[in-house]
Design a protein. Structure first.
Length: 156
């Protein structure tokens, strides 16, 4: 793991962080790693994660949190000589790892659920009158079209 406050500062295009910023950034790096380890444990993944990808995700999560530390964005309304401003940001106010980064780390939950099983047979049943049963080169009963049972001549 090579993410440090200095690499965060480089990603932000800033000079070295102050002592208090550095303490915050170390805490946020630790928080990001904790979230990743919790997900890895929940998914029962025992293999090591790719270090380059891990560093990228941790760095980007911390940089995103530094850029938007709380839920605010600035809006300014001006009328003639007067103006007023209000700040709003789109952040949860904590370290967050987005779905794209979970995928990059290979820590996405298995898709599917109760209906993820394919209960449809992959075997094709042709009619006893199908041309294939008489050496033909094509299906004359339509079972190839349905993927399972014949459309006509249903005697199996």
């Amino acid at each position: 793991m090579t993410v440090t406050p200095d690499t965060i500062a480089v990603a932000l295009g800033r000079a070295a962080p102050s002592e208090s910023e550095q303490t915050q950034w170390v805490m946020w790096i630790t928080d990001a790693l904790m979230l990743i380890n919790v997900r890895k444990t929940a998914l029962a993944i025992t293999t090591a994660l790719d270090e380059i990808r891990l560093d990228y995700v941790v760095r980007e999560a911390v940089v995103a949190h530094i850029r938007r530390p709380d839920n605010a964005t600035q809006v300014t309304v001006s009328v003639n000589d007067a103006s007023t401003s209000k700040t709003y940001r789109s952040s949860r106010g904590r370290i967050e790892i987005i779905d794209e980064w979970w995928s990059l780390l290979g820590l996405t939950a298995p898709s599917g659920g109760a209906y993820a099983l394919d209960v449809v047979s992959t075997e094709i049943y042709h009619s006893i009158l199908c041309a294939l049963n008489f050496g033909g080169l094509y299906c004359s009963c339509g079972a190839v079209l349905t993927g399972s049972y014949p459309l006509w001549g249903a005697e199996l």
